[in-house]
Design a protein around this ligand. Structure first.
Ligand code: SAH
Length: 248
């Protein structure tokens, strides 16, 4: 028998005067790359929470806030601080979740947005877990992940026929990437800025690739030429697609 998912009747009763909680994937940066369903959920929200990450020197960044601004959804928006690294990140997730829970329990339609897709290397996953533990039902509206949007800037399909697709996030070394290259799949590398020396690495692999930065924003950059990476500072919002040898 299939396992029952969702909430049971007594949980439903307990949720009666509560609001709703919806996760919306905003897509990779271009405000037109949100789904219609996601956009409608934003319009129906009483409050929209968006993640903000603190970088060094107390600078706050929110890729999601930029997308929201461009969508011109005139709803109360509130940042939730999710530091990207360091100890004690759980405390921030707990605090963020408490704010969401508060609004939800006050009967509000709460939306939490996430850049790209919600379940693809997103902090949304941590909040989702807390919502599940608290038995708060959560509706998820997926978004276009950055690697799919990046792939549309290339001049060849991401994967075809029997080609596999492998995603590596924050590669620990170029050796680890080389190992993956042996599989003859298409390799997507996220959070690639953790390694320095992509220019020489890509030259040695000899594989066709597409390097992209800030896809879908006004600062978008992409190239399939390793030389253009020699002096380039790789930002956090960069990703690489390495195609199989026989591609093209
Ligand atoms: N949830 C996002 C991924 C967030 S993890 C998604 O679905 O795509 C952050 C990593 O995603 C970055 O280090 C970068 O590798 C990639 N990324 C996210 N947005 C990007 C963009 N607009 N352009 C290029 N890379 C992006």
């Amino acid at each position: 028998m299939a396992k029952k998912i969702g909430i049971n009747r007594s949980e439903k009763r307990a949720n009666m005067n509560k609001g709703t909680f919806t996760g919306v994937g905003l897509g990779p940066g271009d405000p037109e790359l949100i789904t219609l369903k996601g956009f409608r959920a934003l319009q129906a929200a009483d409050i929209i929470f968006y993640p903000v990450s603190a970088e060094s020197e107390g600078q706050y960044h929110s890729f999601s806030a930029n997308i929201l601004d461009q969508l011109q959804v005139y709803k109360p928006c509130e940042p939730l601080l999710f530091p990207m690294k360091g100890k004690g990140t759980q405390k921030f997730y707990d605090e963020a979740f408490l704010r969401i829970k508060q609004e939800y329990e006050n009967g509000k339609n709460v939306v939490l947005v996430s850049e790209g897709d919600l379940f693809f290397y997103s902090t949304f996953g941590y909040i989702f877990k807390l919502a599940k533990e608290a038995k708060i039902p959560c509706r998820l509206i997926p978004g276009i992940p950055a690697f799919i949007a990046a792939s549309a800037l290339g001049n060849q399909p991401l994967a075809e026929k029997t080609t596999g697709l492998e995603v590596i996030a924050k590669p620990e070394s170029f050796d680890a990437v080389s190992k993956a290259l042996k599989h003859q799949s298409t390799i997507v590398i996220m959070k690639m800025s953790v390694l320095k020396g992509w220019h020489s690495f890509l030259k040695t692999t000899g594989r066709p690739f597409l390097y992209t930065e800030r896809v879908g924003t006004g600062n978008e950059f992409f190239t399939d030429n390793a030389e253009e990476l020699e002096f380039r500072k790789i930002p956090y919002f960069a990703l690489l697609i390495i195609y199989p040898e026989n591609a093209n």
